[in-house]
Design a protein around this ligand. Structure first.
Ligand code: ATP
Length: 354
């Protein structure tokens, strides 16, 4: 699903890179299906999220979704819905895994950053996804708004488990930090922290600590190297993952994977970047690495070594292209286009990994 803005420029590059690695593996055959979503879908089919897309997704193992620029959709058209919260909710993609890693050759505020934020995806303060019908935000009078925040045991335990599993897999610092504000949101954040603590009992090999969100925002800016895996609620995670992306070179460097019990969807942290859309200069890193994360997840779920290797090969090739520095997009200080940067990744893969 290409999505909006820079989506049609970076999603095909991500597909091309994954396919380049997959085609080198005899036992891996990927069937690609293109599904309609977003503004282009509104123009062609009269809706931003056709039912055929939702039913098509259910038949696939994993999905790649480009950024969505729903702020540009017509406000008075009920068929111009924001697709990604609906997809995340319909398929129970409760965990949003968002890594932030610095690269020695890319100018960034800090060096040696390697952390992952696991954000709850489907409830919290987000009014378009935290109620079954209607909106989690309403106006009792013209001068007053009430916003409802939802925290459930089920989703909290699910994201906590995602975080602890990840800390175990990464094997680096083996640490999970619970970010919350239970000092004020005694019940909402209280329940979230309790659920994380309970899940932590199943992972005695993983260190678990707790930091209040405002203190964490400061620590993240000053010493991000301290952290390994961070687990938090929806809105805190939304804000902190953009901050983390900013620490390591900007949003073009911020990949993401939405994960549920059955499905996973590669979706970069950044939006549709309307300011650079159509120029062919968007950084494909976040989208390509999101797709690599999807391949690793699919491989781990199915016990498929080849699929896991696709993810590993792409990560190594991306690192090599960043280190080489000759084919970087303007946000990274270079002058290459999205296609040239993806070409360099594919070229490296064919030369070094074949
Ligand atoms: P939206 O309304 O879709 O959220 P936005 O502009 O508010 O769009 P982003 O799309 O996340 O938010 O963009 C924030 C800034 O980061 C913009 O200046 C954009 O150009 C830049 N940016 C985002 N993604 C990329 C990328 N892949 N490559 C280069 N720059 C990017």
């Amino acid at each position: 699903m290409d999505g909006d803005g820079i989506g049609p420029e970076i999603v095909p590059e991500a597909v091309r890179v994954v396919q380049a690695v997959a085609s080198m593996k005899e036992d891996l055959d990927i069937e690609w299906v293109h599904l309609s979503v977003g503004y282009q879908s509104l123009l062609e089919r009269g809706e931003t999220l056709p039912e055929s897309t939702l039913s098509g997704l259910a038949d696939l193992d994993g999905w790649i979704l480009g950024p969505i620029g729903h702020m540009d959709y017509p406000k008075d058209n009920p068929r111009a819905v924001n697709p990604h919260p609906i997809i995340r909710k319909r398929f129970s993609l409760h965990s949003n895994i968002r890594p932030a890693r610095s690269h020695p050759s890319i100018s960034s505020i800090h060096e040696d950053v390697d952390l992952v934020i696991v954000r709850e995806n489907n409830e919290g303060f987000q009014p378009d996804r935290n109620v079954f019908a209607g909106s989690g935000e309403f106006m009792p009078s013209p001068d007053m708004v009430v916003s409802v925040r939802v925290i459930s045991r089920g989703n909290s335990e699910f994201v906590a488990r995602t975080a602890f599993e990840l800390a175990r897999d990464r094997g680096a610092k083996r640490r999970v930090t619970i970010v919350h504000k239970n000092t004020v949101f005694k019940m909402g954040c209280g329940l979230f922290v309790d659920c994380c603590r309970e899940v932590s009992m199943d992972y005695p090999d993983i260190q678990c600590d707790e930091v209040v969100v405002d203190t964490f925002a400061m620590k993240l800016a000053m010493a991000p190297q301290e952290f390994d895996v961070i687990v938090t609620t929806n809105m805190f995670g939304d804000i902190l993952s953009d901050e983390a992306g900013g620490l390591v070179g900007g949003l073009g460097m911020a990949p993401g994977l939405c994960v549920g019990p059955k499905y996973a969807m590669a979706q970069a942290t950044h939006g549709s970047a309307p300011d650079i859309a159509g120029k062919g200069i968007a950084n494909p890193y976040a989208m390509v690495v999101s797709a690599a994360m999807l391949m690793s997840w699919l491989g781990q779920r199915a016990g498929d070594r080849s699929a896991i290797e696709v993810g590993d090969v792409i990560s190594r090739a991306m690192d090599a292209v960043l280190a080489d520095g000759r084919h970087l997009t303007p946000d990274l200080g270079g002058s290459a286009g999205s296609t040239q940067m993806a070409d360099a990744v594919i070229d490296h893969i064919r030369r070094v990994e074949a």
